[in-house]
Design a protein around this ligand. Sequence first.
Ligand code: FAD
Length: 184
Amino acid sequence: MQTRPYNASLERSSISLNHIASRKTSRVHFDVIIVGAGSASLSAALVLGRCRRQVLVCDVGHPRNAASHAMHSYLTRDGITSGEFLQTARTQLRPYSTVTRLEDEATDVASFEGGFTVQLHDRGHYSCRKLLLATRVVDSLPRIPGIEQFYGRSVHHCPYYDGWESRDQPLAVYGRGIKGVVSH
Ligand SMILES: Cc1cc2nc3c(=O)[nH]c(=O)nc-3n(C[C@H](O)[C@H](O)[C@H](O)COP(=O)(O)OP(=O)(O)OC[C@H]3O[C@@H](n4cnc5c(N)ncnc54)[C@H](O)[C@@H]3O)c2cc1C
């Protein structure tokens, strides 16, 4: 079984580069640059955007939970796909002219007095007063041949998210020593 690829990259950014260029006249382009556009980042963008902070969100579209079949245990969103969740978040950000999104990778960051400069892979560099790195946790799968094809389907990293779907079935628990096993 193949894991479903996350398709955020198919959604082209609606950002106007003129919109960004106009900010270049000010000393810094943005109040806040957020690297990453997962749930942590988009949540921050929503709050900051509504506070009339000028925000740039840049992301390469590889969320941690891309292998997940569906999200669970998140009130009001139980059972939706992670792609659907992020799509809804992006749609709800659209009315906020204060929030700019770019599909691009942040490749470098430098600080200067009073702010930061973020280098993007394709779209140049932008400066900001505050920088928020929301680039996620990276999960290391155990080195078991073929495990990738089952990850997010029948191999799960968290029983609270996916245990219900496997209830009453034989279960193997893998962890680092007894501590890893007992925590689940
Ligand atoms: C298999 C699996 C199943 C899960 N199931 C559930 C569930 O059912 N319910 C639940 O509530 N939670 C679940 N989680 C946990 C949840 O997915 C994560 O906690 C959540 O996605 C983390 O959000 P985040 O914003 O921190 O990171 P992410 O969603 O991973 O977002 C980080 C983003 O940063 C981007 N990025 C990284 N580096 C750069 C860079 N240099 N430049 C630009 N962009 C960059 C990445 O492309 C990515 O899009 C699951 C996790 C996994 C792994």
